[in-house]
Ligand binder design. Sequence first.
Ligand code: PLP
Length: 467
Amino acid sequence: VRAVIGLRAKLRTKHSGHFGSTSGEKGKFGLTAIQIVRVVRKLGQVGMLDCLELLHFHIGSQIPSTALLSDGVTEAAQLYCELIRLGASKMKVIDIGGGLGIDYDGSKSGESDLSVAYSLEEYAAAVVESVRLVCDQKSVKHPVICSESGRAIVSHHSVLIFEAVSASQQHETPSDIEFSLESYSEEAQGDYENLYVAAKRGDHESCLLYVDQLKQRCVQEFKEGSLSIDQLAGVDGLCGWVVKAIGASDPVLTYNVNLSVFTSIPDFWGIDQLFPIVPIHRLEQRPVARGILSDLTCDSDGKIDKFIGGESSLPLHEMDNDGGCSEGRYYLGMFLGGAYEEALGGVHNLFGGPSVVRVLQSDGPLGFEVTRAVMGQSSADVLRAVQHEPELMIQTLKDRAEKAGGYEENGELVASCLDRSFNNMPYLSMETSANALTAAVSNLGVYYRDEAAAGGGKDGNGLISVD
Ligand SMILES: Cc1ncc(COP(=O)(O)O)c(C=O)c1O
């Protein structure tokens, strides 16, 4: 058997963006000119130079412009021709690696990693033209050009859909918490008087100063044990109202979203990559609030506060004070995350990957069909992934419940609650059924064709029509 050999070259052309660390002289991958010459020499010595058929390079993701692309491809094409000149007469393929970029922010500019200044056609034309020019100049037969575009192929194929479960603001203005001045210390009453006078004067700056002073004093008194929690809450409520009344409250709300940023959008946290995020509900209504997204994990970095367009908050719809939304549940979509996100994510905070629903275009009345619905990892699955033994844990908990008494009447309920909490996904969930995902898909009123039950004959053509 004669091996087919390809070489990966380390090009000098340097991709300037974040992803350019794979390129240039200090790049991580590929053979230098010196190493290539040595390889060719060695292959010649062992009579295998005719096995060399392919030249590969990859200068990094999100190549910003066709100018840079042409520069890299030209260098590679010269290398290709040189290999032939050195005797690798069977060379036939140039593999241009990945790098075809995605227009994440819609700007179509090559100024940042978030976009690129070319279309697919322009990208292809730049590659072909650069290879052709060099090969014609060197009278070398045109090679087969092969590409390994990753993110350009898969980015659009996945949408992460997640629920905003509640929204909160920094300064609460409660109507159910009382503030009665008499019960506070003399000093706190003094701060209150100053605040009152400043408010009457319309001196907003002093108001904020006295709000701060009053709050700090009350916290100190609480720590000393001389202020009750009701009094502390009362003063917080009062200050919330004052801040709101003078228009100084931060209008940006925090929306709590049912995911882990680290599991589902790791590139946001790891390399500041931004993705388009928009509500997918209530699209007929203008979003009047602004919010940042805070995930449900215990990690303080688990929040999204940078968005496409340089925005530090997102236009969102208002949610009810008690969390939720009078108009039903409120879901958001994160788009273009098909490349690298889910594959990078682990089980941060024991939040495993999300449930997956596969949607295909179809001839059905809605133009699409759901062909697969697979629930994400259960709590038991993720516990197993971190080397615990969920079965043992369930049994231990059942034993303890039995010892605690009352098991005769409630044993069945306890057992089913335990089973359910281990079998459900670790995300915040109101659903009780393990088949909640399938039920949810059915409720959408779409065609559900279960790939897993191939030929299972739900009906003649394998489609279930759900009204
Ligand atoms: C060798 C190689 N080819 C192709 C790709 C895909 O790159 P992209 O997603 O930029 O198209 C990568 C990604 O790192 C790579 O290392």
